[in-house]
Design a protein. Structure first.
Ligand SMILES: Nc1nc(=O)c2c([nH]1)NC[C@@H]1CN(c3ccc(C(=O)N[C@@H](CCC(=O)O)C(=O)O)cc3)CN21
Ligand SMILES: CC(C)C(=O)C(=O)O
Ligand SMILES: [Mg+2]
Length: 277
């Protein structure tokens, strides 16, 4: 707590300086209530473009717009106090070049108050990462399986196996050298994730990567068992909230049909309440 009594939010610089120390705890959050639940436990809350699949029911992240990311970024900022909030730049908003990326990122930073943006890509995005960081925008990079490239990859398969390992290594090194304060490694072999973690001087954050990464991230709905049709190998379920919700909703439906709900305690009399005292 500072002298004003306000809790200080973690900064991208502080996250970068955690390289090689205790693991960084990261989760996605898309809404105010989920930000409230996760904030105290996490170093980083990512407003991921995975919200397109989880919240909006798209079958990829490609239809997600900058406006959606800004709305959800604002919601997460309202529900959090201490975690660094990072907002994904959506497909189409930054790839054209450094200037396009700056315009999108500046709009995210100014309209949400988030502390950083994330973008997908390695060597090809290094110049853009340099451009943004030189202009005051902390950038988290994301290499390996980059879901916005699903059409180029032909699916969501493991990246960086065999001879392809060098490409992922080059991507990670290029983003770190360009000034990224952390690098997400998604769905790559664990030995490669460990080599990258040793090689670069900023924290690696794994998802389907390795316990040796400097931090871990999962989509919160996946680990809570709320996004029920999706069970990739890298997700551990820490709850079965989808099942719990199904049971609660079935109970409500049965009570309404049997006129057990509402009960006497949920309804109002027709007399004004007596004044107290
Ligand atoms: N809910 C959710 N969790 C994620 O981890 C996530 C998203 N959405 N959306 C954006 C990307 C896409 N990601 C993906 C997508 C698919 C697989 C995958 O392993 N797919 C398996 C099928 C798994 C299943 O449906 O149970 C495959 O064989 O393609 C992995 C990561 C990771 N990201
Ligand atoms: C899975 C994480 C890294 C992400 O990019 C997202 O949630 O969109
Ligand atoms: Mg994403």
């Amino acid at each position: 707590m500072s002298v004003t009594g306000k809790i200080k939010r973690q900064t991208a610089v502080e996250i970068r300086n955690r390289k090689g120390s205790d693991p960084l705890v990261c989760l996605t959050a898309y809404t105010t209530p989920v930000a409230r639940l996760t904030d105290a436990h996490c170093d980083v809350l990512l407003v991921g473009d995975s919200l397109g699949m989880v919240v909006y029911g798209f079958d990829s992240t490609l239809p997600v717009t900058l406006d959606m990311m800004i709305r959800h970024g604002q919601a997460v900022m309202r529900g959090s106090q201490q975690a660094l909030v990072v907002v994904d730049l959506p497909f189409g908003s930054y790839e054209a070049g450094p200037q396009a990326a700056f315009d999108a990122a500046a709009q995210v930073m100014s309209e949400t108050g988030a502390g950083a943006v994330k973008l997908e890509g390695g060597v090809a995005m290094a110049r853009t990462i340099e451009f943004l960081t030189a202009r005051g925008i902390p950038v988290m990079a994301h290499v390996g399986l980059t879901p916005q490239a699903v059409n180029a990859f032909g699916g969501y398969s493991v990246q960086g196996r065999g001879a392809a390992a060098q490409k992922v290594m080059d991507d990670a090194v290029a983003t770190a050298r360009a000034g990224a304060f952390a690098v997400v490694l998604e769905k790559i072999p664990a030995v490669l994730a460990d080599r990258i973690t040793e090689e670069i001087n900023v924290p690696t954050i794994g998802i389907g990567a390795s316990a040796g990464c400097d931090g871990q991230i999962l989509v919160v709905d996946d680990m809570l068992g709320l996004f029920t049709d999706f069970r990739p190998k890298f997700v551990q379920r820490y709850g079965e909230l989808g099942e719990a919700a199904d049971k609660a909703i079935a109970d409500y439906a049965a009570d309404v049909r049997a006129r057990r709900f509402p009960g006497p305690e949920h309804v109002f009399g027709d007399e004004a309440p007596k004044p107290k005292g």
